[in-house]
Design a protein around this ligand. Structure first.
Ligand code: FE
Length: 199
């Protein structure tokens, strides 16, 4: 492929997908039908714990992140797993229709799951919009913008005394002099070749 970065010009956004007992950051969201209750599709990594939850849960929400998003929201929902931490303790949420939605967002969409399609790495979940609200009418953050600015946005700070390896895809930090031979990122799954040494 000559330059796959052109795919970043597909205008994807930054959303927090939440469902009962979990949630994660997603970028690939599309409205795929019209009407009062349109269908919305969202792609979720299979490795992700939220993907497992969505197999059983019938409802999920998308909260739209904006340009002034609190980076803690991205860190909490992007670089951690509910297997390890309770994300809802780190970020302020409100329960709407039994789903936690993110307070510090532009608004939310509540979706009732109607279908899902598995592919190599992701599952495409399709939901019907049953509730929605907008808190603020501001510009949403695009996924392309996030990719270009994530280092400054997240101000990836590593502990000075230790050697750190930062995942260039998701920002996960591994501490240690060397990355293990068969290391893959526990969050986004990429190999060690996509880690950058710091310090
Ligand atoms: Fe990663």
């Amino acid at each position: 492929m000559k330059n796959k970065k052109i795919t970043r010009k597909i205008t994807q956004g930054m959303y927090v997908l939440t469902t009962k007992n979990g949630g994660c950051i997603v970028d690939a969201v599309s409205q795929i039908s019209a009407g009062d209750n349109p269908l919305i599709a969202v792609s979720v990594m299979k490795k992700n714990y939220t993907n497992e939850l969505l197999k059983d849960n019938e409802k999920f929400a998308l909260s739209v992140l904006d340009m002034d998003v609190n980076p803690e929201i991205i860190k909490t929902f992007g670089f951690n797993s509910m297997r390890d931490i309770n994300k809802f303790e780190n970020v302020e949420t409100t329960i709407v229709d039994d789903v936690n939605i993110i307070d510090n967002s532009l608004g939310y969409m509540i979706l009732e799951k109607i279908d899902s399609i598995d592919n190599d790495t992701h599952t495409l979940f399709i939901g019907r919009l049953i509730e929605a609200d907008m808190f603020e009418d501001k510009e949403p953050m695009s996924y392309g913008y996030y990719q270009e600015h994530k280092e400054e946005l997240l101000k990836v700070t590593t502990e000075k005394s230790k050697t750190a390896w930062v995942c260039t895809i998701c920002g996960y930090i591994y501490y240690g002099d060397e990355l293990p031979e068969d290391f893959t990122c526990p969050i986004c799954g990429v190999g060690r070749n996509l880690f950058k040494k710091q310090g």
